[in-house]
Design a protein around this ligand. Structure first.
Ligand code: URA
Length: 491
């Protein structure tokens, strides 16, 4: 008789100390699974929602001599899924863990209902985390030494604790609190405290900081890339009520045509007001230090793995990984150097000043950016802090080499007809050796694997030219390059 059969309990109760008590879940799951206690025989509860009828009977000890081999991938996903608000998540995770004992390849069966549910929940949590990063807006409270910042946010899931280290890194030097109905995070400049749920009445009302956000949003708004539907998907209406800048959206959309005409001249010189809040150093470790040792099975998986990339030290100071963006069936892949300050904050490539030049030039050349894939040779922002600003610093050959792991996977999944190297760093990444870009500009180099690589300049080169006429001439040459690219795409 196995140890499990010897345990005479028709129903076990596993009580977790909090909604996101992952170590509690893991401990309970190990005790239960090693004793072969079936998923249907367990009631899971968390925090205050304890089952009153639950016996105080302690869970069995881990069965001696029984080992559980749990794939790292499952742990990573489970750590995210535990933040979901669906109360059935604990049971789902246990069911999968229980099945993994005899079905080690279970996670690869994407059509399995449990696996589907796991992926769906994980995606929803990650999306919620992303939304919180994008839409938390602080207002100023107190004065002088007591000056603090507070924000009210309404997440779908229990993500406050998981997301708090991001805000610590981003706003290290301010004292702040993020209040949500699913818990609070408070940072006093040295210590992070995770607290109980708050109500909106606890959050302070608007202040001058909201004007900063409005100005920032007006500055980063890019009418040349206006896609109302996509924008609304990114910034769902439910978040609008807590966003000071949302009031601007209708006017910005209306003025898009006019704004597009003079945007390129206007954008590059405008400092983003949020820089006042961005810290000089981001020290703390990321919350998901999972680097992949084997290539991914899909572009989405590569993107997810790259979030935890530790292949070079640049992840430490950057806000986040900026992976490529665009359709997987794109026929053309543009490769830039590395994300800049605005890309680092937005998590998207080429959205800052160089991106504006790039968009304008593509537009003039008749290349629709939306059907292309845009990425960078290096996925983390490398910078030197100067005062409160972060000044771009060129990635070195080792950093480019480390990041080829991701670039080559992107190319492998997309299989484009043509890759465009925007500048020397991109050319180094794509060709594996340094080449003289100004000399070879406009040439197509075919790699050993058959991929054709078009060589051209980086759009920021145009931004650095002081003489207006020279900059204009250089821009025209860049437009001509993009026309050539368009023709290569069709041909
Ligand atoms: N420069 C780049 O090379 N890439 C970006 O994403 C932004 C600026």
């Amino acid at each position: 008789m196995s140890q499990a059969r010897a345990l005479d309990h028709s129903r076990w109760t596993a009580s977790l100390s909090a909604q996101t008590d992952f170590s509690g879940w893991r401990d309970a799951a190990r005790r239960l699974a090693t004793n072969e206690i079936a998923p249907d025989d367990i009631v899971w509860s968390a925090g205050e929602s304890e089952d009153l009828f639950a016996a105080d009977t302690p869970l069995p000890d881990v069965a001696p001599g029984v080992t559980l081999n749990v794939p790292r991938e499952f742990i990573d996903r489970a750590e995210a899924v535990i933040c979901h608000s669906d109360p059935t998540r604990f049971a789902l995770l246990y069911r999968i863990l229980f099945r993994l004992r005899t079905e080690p390849n279970l996670l690869k069966i994407a059509s399995d209902p449990d696996v589907m549910k796991l992926y769906e929940m994980e995606k929803s949590v990650r999306r919620d985390i992303h939304k919180m990063r994008a839409f938390v807006r602080f207002v100023e409270v107190g004065e002088g030494k007591d000056k603090r910042y507070a924000a009210w946010f309404e997440p779908d899931h229990f993500i406050v604790e998981r997301n708090a280290p991001f805000f610590v890194r981003r706003f290290t030097g301010m004292a702040w609190a993020i209040l949500t109905p699913k818990g609070t995070a408070e940072w006093d400049g040295e210590n992070l405290t995770i607290g109980p749920p708050a109500s909106k009445a606890d959050a302070p009302a608007a202040d001058a900081t909201e004007d900063l956000w409005r100005t920032y949003f007006t500055n980063i708004f890019n009418p040349a890339r206006l896609k109302v539907k996509a924008m609304q998907a990114e910034m769902p209406k439910k978040y609008w009520k807590n966003l000071p800048e949302a009031a601007l959206i209708p006017d910005l959309i209306k003025g898009a045509d006019r704004a597009a005409r003079d945007m390129i001249e206007r954008m590059p010189t405008m400092p983003a007001p949020h820089h006042a809040k961005v810290q000089e150093k981001y020290w703390s470790a990321k919350e998901t230090p999972t680097d992949a040792e084997a290539p991914a099975h899909s572009l989405d998986e590569a993107r997810r793995q790259a979030e935890g990339c530790r292949r070079c030290p640049l992840w430490r100071d950057a806000t986040q990984t900026v992976f490529g963006e665009g359709p997987q069936d794109a026929r053309i892949v543009f490769v830039g150097e590395q994300p800049g300050d605005q890309e680092d904050i937005a998590g998207k490539p080429f959205v800052g000043p160089a991106g504006k030049v790039f968009d304008g030039v593509l537009d003039e050349a008749g290349v629709d950016r939306r059907i292309t894939y845009v990425t960078n040779a290096v996925k983390h922002f490398k910078f030197e802090p100067r005062g409160k600003r972060r000044i771009h610093s060129k990635p070195n050959a080792g950093e480019v080499q480390a990041c080829r792991w991701w670039v080559e996977q992107e190319l492998g999944f997309i299989k484009p007809d043509l890759a465009v190297a925007l500048g020397a760093t991109a050319a180094l990444s794509l060709l594996g050796k340094a080449i003289p870009v100004t000399k070879m500009r406009g040439e197509v180099v075919t790699r050993d694997d058959g991929l054709r690589v078009f060589i051209t300049i980086h759009p920021s080169f145009i931004l650095r030219i002081r003489e207006r006429a020279d900059a204009e001439a250089e821009r025209e040459r860049f437009v001509a390059d993009m026309v050539a690219v368009r023709k290569l795409m069709v041909g």
